[in-house]
Design a protein around this ligand. Sequence first.
Ligand SMILES: Nc1ncnc2c1ncn2[C@@H]1O[C@H](COP(=O)(O)OP(=O)(O)OP(=O)(O)O)[C@@H](O)[C@H]1O
Length: 329
Amino acid sequence: MTAPAVTVDPASASGDLPGADAGSAVQTRALTKRFRSGQVAVDGIDLSVPRGAVYGFLGPNGSGKTTTIRMVLGLVRPTSGTSWLLGSPEPATVLSRVGALVEGPGFHPYLTGRANLLRLDAADATADPRTAARRASEALERVGLLAAEGKPYRQYSLGMKQRLGLAAALLRPRELLVLDEPTNGLDPQGTREVRLLIRELAQAGTTVLVSSHLLGEIEQVCTHLGIMSRGRLLLQGPRSVLDQRGVTRVMVTVAPGHVATAAGVLRVLGLDVSAEDHALNAELGALEPARIPAALVHAGVDVVGFEVRRPSLEQVFVDLTGEGFDVAR
Ligand SMILES: Nc1ncnc2c1ncn2[C@@H]1O[C@H](COP(=O)(O)OP(=O)(O)OP(=O)(O)O)[C@@H](O)[C@H]1O
């Protein structure tokens, strides 16, 4: 079952967009890729990555994220539809302002990590060769690879290769970073470092488009989300859109003897409460959560615990698709 696409971004929801929206770092219009095998990997998607956003591009393995990213960067030709990168319909003209980590960057197996970076930088006509050594050192340090900079690439672990790919994307200041599954092959510590790096880069003004098939991993650093399933963009918009799509619950624990009073207070606030032992549980609805403890304390209830449980991304995905978050095909 495929749920209808839900788009909350007014720019991409508008019927006929004449060109690029100036506020978008990446934008696509009905972007579609049908492979020769007949497989429709990307099915008419309208992506909208606002400038300054950390856009989490999420979806199970095989949902079409990499193919979308490759089309946006001009590495794969779309079957139909249009895309704009930093406002340009010609990705090649703006690529020097974009750092990309996509599958299989062209690293040389017998060169060291550092030599590989310098080789890439030398091939970039817009990079200043006089500052190459310093920039390479800074990039290697940023991704935690300085200690292994002298090892040949073929001896790198998957995580080290991934870090070198990130370093290559960071060789120059970029307006936009496109990171396809940057945490692939990284251990939990490496994953945390990538999250931190994304946060730092975003704070410095870089727009980040980051894909992941692991929902929880990237979700926490994103300001915006786009959720893919079977080639379609099911949902996109600011992070807060999730809270509107699922059910938020409140859990209140009170001291013994206070349950009946607490339940009465919650009912007056309009909540449909269920109680078990000393815990009360209700759907939050449109109520401002802070009103709950305030009202309870005002009524003399001894509140032991108060928790707002927002819907998880996984739950929203399951609600939207009727499917689990695993490989679809
Ligand atoms: N060159 C190709 N020829 C035929 N089919 C392809 C090709 N590349 C990808 N596909 C198919 O297109 C679909 C989408 O693949 P894609 O790599 O874009 O997904 P993804 O969301 O990036 O997955 P992952 O998280 O595993 O990287 C998959 O079913 C895949 O098998």
